[in-house]
Design a protein around this ligand. Structure first.
Ligand SMILES: NC(=O)c1ccc[n+]([C@@H]2O[C@H](COP(=O)([O-])OP(=O)(O)OC[C@H]3O[C@@H](n4cnc5c(N)ncnc54)[C@H](O)[C@@H]3O)[C@@H](O)[C@H]2O)c1
Length: 242
């Protein structure tokens, strides 16, 4: 049985990814900083009848990630799929942005992705099989008003993805990024309705995405069918950015 780590898996897109992979009989290690992860893991194991364990960890902390990966490997013996999904936004115009608002976004979105990928890479190399899927954003490609910290973190994820893809391709490990558009989750719940509807008008498919739209793309990239795809950025955005 294959096993996957999903960071930020307690809710939103990460939770949908966990459900989708579990529905394909993949065991789940759910990582998150919030306690809600415990209930999500229980829900996943009872719905799909697979092992789903919750590990509480702050992915921005290198030593904490190195420690938790050891626990996960003790529990699962192997990890085939790593989904770097955890992320935050701390929006504001650069003129008013505090250094801590810059730093927290970079530490979680980008350094967190580095910490988790580095922690799992040796295991995948030894297994001679692996799938790493990093959740970027269309904002990392086009930028956005008031999101310089978030856009920078998501653009860097794309450069990171392509570099690691080149480093490990001959080890039978693929590394890809998904760039979601506007997806209905807690992260976007605070956007005022009028702003949401103006975003919606710019989306050719005319609706916001669902966490399941992203989970379906992750499941494809994680599958055998995607074995010849690496170093790519797949936009899942209803056609917003072409
Ligand atoms: N919702 C969107 O429209 C959208 C668009 C593009 C990209 N994304 C990206 O998709 C990913 C998931 O976003 P979401 O919309 O589900 O957001 P969300 O806020 O609902 O979920 C993010 C999860 O990450 C966890 N997390 C935050 N900091 C963490 C840390 N330090 N260590 C461990 N876990 C941590 C949170 O607790 C939460 O469970 C993020 O990387 C986000 O940037 C979202």
């Amino acid at each position: 049985m294959k096993a996957a780590i999903i960071t930020g898996g307690a809710r939103g897109i990460g939770k949908a990814i966990a459900h989708k992979l579990a529905s394909q009989n993949i065991a789940i290690a759910l990582w998150d900083i919030i306690n809600e992860g415990e209930a999500t893991a229980d829900e996943i194991s009872s719905t799909h009848n697979v092992t789903a364990n919750f590990y509480k960890v702050d992915i921005s902390q290198y030593d904490a990630v190195a420690e938790i990966i050891q626990k996960v490997l003790d529990d699962f013996e192997r990890i085939d799929i790593m989904v770097n999904n955890a992320g935050i936004a701390r929006d504001g115009l650069l003129l008013r942005m505090k250094p801590e608002e810059w730093q927290s976004v970079i530490s979680i979105n980008l350094t967190g992705c580095f910490n988790c990928t580095k922690a799992i890479l040796k295991t995948m190399i030894t297994q001679r099989w692996g799938r790493i899927i990093n959740i970027s954003s269309v904002i990392g490609i086009i930028g956005n008003f008031g999101q310089s910290n978030y856009a920078a973190s998501k653009a860097w994820i794309i450069g990171f993805t392509k570099s690691i893809a080149k480093e490990v391709a001959k080890r039978n490990i693929t590394v890809n990024a998904i760039a979601p558009g506007f997806i209905e989750t807690d992260m976007t719940a605070a956007i005022p309705e009028e702003v949401k509807s103006s975003y919606q008008k710019q989306i050719p498919i005319q609706r916001m995405g669902t966490p399941e739209d992203i989970a379906n793309a992750v499941a494809f990239l994680a599958s055998e069918d995607a074995s010849y795809i690496t170093g790519q950025v797949i936009k899942v955005d209803g056609g917003l950015v072409m």
